[in-house]
Design a protein around this ligand. Sequence first.
Ligand code: NDP
Length: 342
Amino acid sequence: NKYVVIKHHIEDAPKESNFEIKTVDFTLSVESGSDDIIVKNLYISIDPYQISRMKSHSSSQGAISFALPITPGEPIDGAVIGKVVASGNAKFHKDDLVLGVFSWAEYSLVKEGNILRKIESSEFPLSYYLGVLGFNGLSAYAGFFELCKPVKGEKVFVSAASGAVGNLVGQYAKLLGCYVVGCAGSQKKVALLKEKLGFDDAFNYKEEKDLNSTLKRYFPDGIDVYFDNVGGEMLEAAIVNMKTFGRVAVCGVISEYTNTGMRASPNMLDVVYKRISIKGFLAADFLNVFEDFFIKTLDYIRSGKLKVIEDVSPAVESIPSAFVGLFRGDNIGKKIINLEQE
Ligand code: NDP
């Protein structure tokens, strides 16, 4: 069984050389009556938040991570969809499809507590349950609708807009009837946002010298809602350009994860005088709207109103570059490892 480990804690931008692929002997059977379940991993979700778990516990970001730290040399876990190969637990049977917190590996030995849900049947590719129909979708839906309380016609700005969460925020905002501008890190991504995903406009932030005036160009009357995936200078520029009573949902601050010295420092006088709301959130806070999110999103996908953008790589060996690539902007849409054919 091949699995991925970090060789040591990672304090700044991750590199492929920080990771190692290990191999162990692995039996694909369990003793009857034991609680053990063996899962063949089919789809592995690759997510930026994992970097906080890879920092040493004494570093500032490591200490505030909401998930348990990852120990160098030990298997890394994360959201995975797999198929049960063998089970000593009567609730799970061979060939059941399960979504849970499993290893970045070909196979995982898990307990019932690692399994979040069974997937009974699916009209869509299973990988959707890790992205658009999973926590990325819920983050976009809850962060946008529940936190920002958007209204038709409002002006919405989304950063990391071609990413797993960002592209969905933009699409939900368009479906509501908002004016939406996204930023992303390449011309190819900008073209995708405008030509395929229906954004009203988009720009490549890497080509802009002064983000304040860039945002003024796209939002001459100001921004009502900013969905922030990146923090840093983009958050600072967005605050300058927010309208009075504007709302900012802070989903993530990826520009700050790998740059321990950098922190966004928005002008708080703007926040006061313009009465801007800035709120951080975790998708897990919004399980109460999961059903609502899931049903609406299924309908949007079925009717073709919502496009699903995935970026898929094969094999456990590609996990390090897939993960590192998130911080270089390699991925377009949800980053997934597909082990189905392995
Ligand atoms: P993405 O699919 O958006 O992948 C990350 C993208 O971020 C890259 O493709 C890159 O796109 C962009 N990026 C990387 N480094 C920088 C940088 N220094 N400055 C600006 N942009 C950068 O990932 P997700 O959609 O999974 O996650 C997006 C954000 O949402 C992250 O901050 C993540 O931690 C957060 N998140 C929060 C959740 C919650 O519950 N609050 C749940 C899920 C995600 P580009 O080419 O445009 O630079």
